[in-house]
Ligand binder design. Structure first.
Ligand SMILES: Cc1ncc(COP(=O)(O)O)c(C=O)c1O
Ligand SMILES: N[C@@H](CCCC[NH3+])C(=O)O
Length: 419
C-alpha cells in the first residue's frame, strides 16, 4: 500500500495534498508518511518474528528526526547510533539507553564516557584499541561496558563502493582472521562485558547472497569462540537491506531476508539484533520542490528546481536514482535534465530522464527520499537547511523548521584584528 498517491489529480501524502504543505511551509520540504513508517516497521519486525530472540535497533543515521524516532520507538524499536549526538536524539525520543547500540569507528573518550553514563545497552567495538579505551573508562567510573566486537568478514556486499563496509580494506570492524584473539584479550579486561559479535557489510543491498556468506562466517566464528570457552549471547547482523528506487523494481524483501537469516542462524542460540535504516524510512518520504524555470539546453531542456544537492545529496554523491514526479501530473511526458541551483554540475537529480511534463511554478516530488535525505542536508551556497513535515492521516505538522541562512550567519563572527 503506497501512502503517496495521486487523488483527484494531485499527489497526496496519506490524506494531505502536497500543494497544501508546499504553500504553508514553502519548498523544498521533506514530507514523511507516519502510516508508511509504521507499516515498514511492522512488516520488518513481523518477518523476523520467525526467530526466537530478536532486538531491533533503528539506524538513526538514515533519518534522525525526533518525530520519526518517536514513531519507531512506539513500534518497539531501539536505536543504532554512531555519535553521541545521535544517542542524545534517541534518548530525547524516549528510547531507553538499554535499547541503544553504539556503533562507529571513531567514538571519542568523551562520547564513550557519556554513553556509559546514559546506560547505553551495547557498544559495537570497531577495534581492539577502542575496546581497551572503553574498558578503561568504564572501569575508572566503576561501571561495566556491555559490548559486541564488530568483525569485518571481507565480503563484498555488491552495492555502491562508497556504501560498502564489509571488505577487508574498509575501515569498519576488526579483521576476521584476528577476531578470535582480539575477543579473548578484550573479554579479559576489567570493566568489559563482551557478550557478542556484530557485522554490517553495506547499505542498499539488493542480493542476499553476500549477507548470507557474511553471516555464515559469523556462525563459524561464534562456534570457535564458544569452543574456546567464551559466552556469546548476542549477534548483531546490522542493517543494509535495499529498497526499490524505481517503480516496478523487484528486490528481496523482509520475508526473503528473514528466511535467509532464519536458515543461517538456526543453531546459534543467541539474541539476533538488527539495525535497519533505509528499509524503514526510504519509501516513507518524498522531497517536494518547485520548478524555478525550464531552460532550453543544447539537447534536452533543464528543469531547474528549488531543491539542490545540499538538500538531497544522494544523486551527486552516488549517482543515485530518485524518481521525479509531477505533483499535478497532466499525463504528458517530457525528456529533461532535472537540476538544482547550486554552482556545481554534480547538482543534477536526473539526466535525460523521461518524466512527467512540468513547467515553471509546478511542484515535483523526488520519491524514496526518506532515508539519507534531510539527514545529509547542509547549507552549501548559503542555502537554508531544508524543513521536514510529518503527515498522519489528514493532519500534518512541521517536525523540523527551515533554518535560514541568517541563523547560520548569526553564529559567525569577524575577529578583532579584522574589525
Ligand atoms: C553499522 C550500521 N548499521 C546499520 C546501518 C543501516 O543501514 P541501512 O540504512 O542500509 O539499513 C548502517 C549503514 O549502512 C551501518 O553502518
Ligand atoms: N548515505 C548512504 C548510506 C550510508 C549508509 C551508512 N552506513 C546513502 O545515501 O545511500
Amino acid at each position: 500500500m503506497d501512502h503517496f498517491q495521486v487523488k483527484n489529480g494531485v499527489l497526496h501524502a496519506e490524506d494531505v495534498a502536497l500543494p497544501a504543505i508546499a504553500e504553508a511551509v514553502g519548498t523544498p520540504v521533506y514530507v514523511y508518511s507516519e502510516a508508511t513508517l509504521r507499516r515498514h516497521a511492522r512488516v520488518f519486525r513481523e518477518a523476523l518474528s520467525i526467530l526466537p530472540k530478536t532486538h531491533f535497533a533503528f539506524a538513526v543515521k538514515s533519518n534522525p528526526n525526533l518525530a520519526v524516532l518517536r514513531v519507531l520507538k512506539e513500534e518497539g524499536f531501539g536505536a543504532d547510533v554512531v555519535s553521541i549526538g545521535e544517542a542524545r536524539r534517541a534518548l530525547a525520543a524516549g528510547i531507553p539507553g538499554a535499547d541503544i547500540v553504539f556503533s562507529g569507528v571513531g567514538k571519542t573518550d568523551e562520547e564513550m564516557a557519556e554513553a556509559l553514563e546514559s546506560g547505553i545497552g551495547q557498544f559495537n567495538l570497531e577495534s581492539e584499541e577502542e575496546g581497551v579505551e572503553l574498558a578503561r573508562i568504564a572501569h575508572e567510573k566503576g561501571l561495566t561496558a556491555t559490548a559486541a566486537l564488530r568483525v569485518n568478514p571481507d565480503v563484498d556486499a555488491g552495492t555502491h563502493d562508497k556504501i560498502s563496509t564489509g571488505k577487508a580494506d574498509n575501515k569498519f570492524g576488526v579483521p576476521y582472521f584476528s577476531a578470535k584473539d582480539i575477543f579473548a584479550r578484550l573479554s579479559a579486561l576489567p570493566g568489559m562485558n563482551l557478550r557478542g559479535l556484530a557485522v554490517h557489510i553495506g547499505s542498499q543491498i539488493t542480493n542476499l547472497d553476500p549477507s548470507r556468506a557474511a553471516f555464515a562466517k559469523m556462525g563459524v566464528l561464534l562456534a570457535d569462540l564458544r569452543a574456546a570457552g567464551h559466552t556469546i549471547t548476542h549477534l548483531d547482523l546490522g542493517g543494509g537491506l535495499g529498497v526499490p528506487y524505481r517503480v516496478g523494481e523487484q528486490l528481496p524483501g523482509p520475508d526473503d531476508y528473514a528466511a535467509m537469516v532464519a536458515e543461517v542462524t538456526k543453531d546459534w542460540d543467541v539474541t539476533v539484533m538488527f539495525e535497519p535504516g533505509r528499509v524503514i524510512t526510504g519509501n516513507s518520504g518524498v522531497l517536494v520542490s518547485k520548478v524555478v524555470r525550464v531552460k532550453r539546453g543544447a539537447n534536452n531542456p533543464f528543469v531547474v528546481v528549488d531543491a539542490a544537492m545540499n538538500d538531497l545529496a544522494r544523486p551527486a554523491m552516488y549517482d543515485a536514482w530518485h524518481d521525479c514526479v509531477a505533483v499535478r501530473p497532466s499525463g504528458e511526458t517530457m525528456t529533461a535534465n532535472v537540476v538544482g541551483p547550486i554552482c556545481e554540475s554534480s547538482d543534477t537529480f536526473a539526466r535525460n530522464r523521461e518524466m512527467d511534463a512540468v513547467t515553471t511554478g509546478d511542484l515535483v516530488a523526488f520519491r524514496t527520499a526518506g532515508a539519507y535525505g534531510a539527514t545529509m542536508a547542509n547549507t552549501y551556497n548559503s542555502r537554508p537547511l531544508v524543513p521536514e513535515v510529518l503527515v498522519s492521516g489528514d493532519r500534518y505538522a512541521v517536525v523540523a523548521n527551515r533554518i535560514e541562512p541568517a541563523t547560520i550567519l548569526a553564529a559567525e563572527q569577524v575577529p578583532d584584528w579584522l574589525k
